[in-house]
Design a protein around this ligand. Structure first.
Ligand SMILES: Nc1ncnc2c1ncn2[C@@H]1O[C@H](COP(=O)(O)OP(=O)(O)OP(=O)(O)O)[C@@H](O)[C@H]1O
Length: 336
């Protein structure tokens, strides 16, 4: 396992009328890897999945799976299973019927199909739901049904379009862990789209950050977080986002530069070099987010301890971690 399913996107372009959804995208997904696509709404994430699945055609460029150009291969002949945000289950079929559907289409023998469907259902913890209809199951269960159905295709590539988006917070957390474990067990190449910061950081071996149809940076999540290639990536990955401050203001630096520092790299410290006024304190239970303002009006967001004691209106001092200050070119936005 793991040696199949390498994906290579070469100079992919796709426009819808005047909207450029993908603008010359190159991306390599290694065999067995989980790649997470993140980016603002409309940046082209779903378009990439649809092109890999064959549900849409590129205007230009090539899609290679294991070195073979699949651009002209119809979707059902591609060894790809896609899980959609709304799961796309057949409402008139039972859970078992939904699982068996694809196997029947591929003419797998009835008893063999039944055995495989039950085994996939057991694996995803939905073995006792097989006789129900999709509308008699919860969102989390439907998500597992859709995943079980994808498992049964035994694809060389999984494409997951925000598979956890409709789940509530506790279920998202639990299912995220399950997805990770499943990927570890199967070792199948997976491309996964998410809006969720925690999923972007935890669910992929690597993350690709998109902006308006272009890829800004690809790398292991922690590396992209620690060394964003430009101001867009710096502002996109991380919540609350990195503080970006003109050179010459509170963080020093020269003009022509934008300095960046993450909220967790600013510490409340009576001997700190930056004096700010606290505007807002968001006590989140496990931490507090402080929205502050320097004497020159520079706004800084600070991640502080849960009971940091800061109050709105108060003046406090901040100590920036000097090793964690990022420098960007004010003109190009690129990291310097
Ligand atoms: N079938 C279509 N017809 C017209 N425009 C489309 C079509 N599909 C996508 N687009 C446009 O292409 C751009 C990229 O869309 P895409 O769905 O790939 O973005 P996305 O990053 O997945 O967004 P979201 O996070 O909101 O799902 C958007 O501007 C979108 O409006």
């Amino acid at each position: 396992m793991g040696e199949h399913g390498a994906i290579r996107l070469e100079s992919l372009t796709r426009s819808y009328g005047r909207v450029v959804a993908l603008d010359d995208v190159d991306l390599e997904v290694r065999a067995g890897e989980m790649m997470t696509l993140v980016g603002p709404s409309g940046s082209g994430k779903s378009t990439i999945l649809r092109l890999i699945a064959g549900l849409d055609r590129p205007d230009g460029g090539r899609i290679l799976v294991d070195g073979q150009d699949v651009s002209q291969v119809p979707p059902h002949r591609r060894a790809v299973a896609m899980v959609f945000q709304d799961f796309a289950l057949y409402p008139h079929l039972t859970v078992l019927g939904n699982l068996l559907f694809g196997l029947r289409v591929r003419r797998v023998r009835r008893d063999e199909a039944d055995r495989r469907a039950r085994s996939a259902a057991e694996r995803l913890g939905i073995g006792d739901l097989l006789d129900r209809y999709p509308d008699q199951t919860s969102g989390g269960q439907r998500q597992r049904i859709a995943l079980a159905r994808a498992l049964l295709r035994e694809p060389t590539v999984y494409l997951l379009d925000e598979p956890l988006a409709s789940l509530d917070a506790p279920l998202r957390f639990a299912t995220r862990a399950d997805l990770l474990a499943l990927h570890r067990d199967l070792g199948t190449t997976t491309v996964h789209v998410t809006h969720d910061q925690a999923e972007a950081m935890t669910l992929g071996d690597r993350v690709a950050v998109l902006d308006r149809g272009r890829i800004r940076q690809v790398g292991p999540p922690q590396q992209v977080y620690d060394e964003p290639a430009d101001m867009f990536v710096a502002g996109f990955l991380g919540s609350p986002p990195m503080n970006l401050v003109p050179g010459g203001a509170v963080l020093g630096g020269s003009r022509g530069l934008i300095l960046g520092i993450r909220p967790e790299d600013l510490t409340l410290d009576v001997d700190g070099s930056i004096e700010v006024t606290v505007d807002v304190v968001e006590a989140l239970g496990s931490e507090s987010i402080l929205l502050t303002r320097g004497a020159d009006g520079t706004r800084l967001t600070v991640r502080a301890g849960p009971r940091c004691g800061a109050r709105p209106g108060e003046t406090v001092r901040l100590r920036p971690n000097p090793d964690r200050v990022h420098h960007f070119d004010a003109e190009t936005g690129r990291r310097r």
